[in-house]
Design a protein around this ligand. Sequence first.
Ligand SMILES: [Zn+2]
Ligand SMILES: [Zn+2]
Length: 151
Amino acid sequence: MEFSPKFFYNGFMEYLILGLAVIVIAIALSFFANLFKKQGSKVPPKKTKSNTNQNASNGPGLVTCPMCGTPLPKGENLVSKVYRPMNVPDQRCTISGCPHCYPMPEPGIKRQCPCCKKEVPINGYLIARLFNYKNNKKHVMVTGCSECCKH
Ligand SMILES: [Zn+2]
Ligand SMILES: [Zn+2]
């Protein structure tokens, strides 16, 4: 019987391939384990993100009426008129009030100008400048009322 180096070689190659397969499986397993770990760690930041979004919508999203100072919940808007042109960064607008002070002021609510502190009549209004920022955010700056801008 002759010792066959070919058979030895084939057997060695089979072991080599088997060994490689084991290594590949081990790498794949650790890869999937990392993937699951990452997915697991991704869940808590998502929760905190949604929490911060809720906080943000409760905080600066709340608008207070410049006429009577009533905080307006979502869905209640100021009664305002914006004058054309619409696509300039600084528009003139008038604010008649909010649902709490216009057209009928609720009991205990005063229509007061934030600039001259005078009471604004029901047919009066606040004069404001509306700034349209590039990120679609709007900023309203009250410059006076129909009473103090007369003079
Ligand atoms: Zn109001
Ligand atoms: Zn005024």
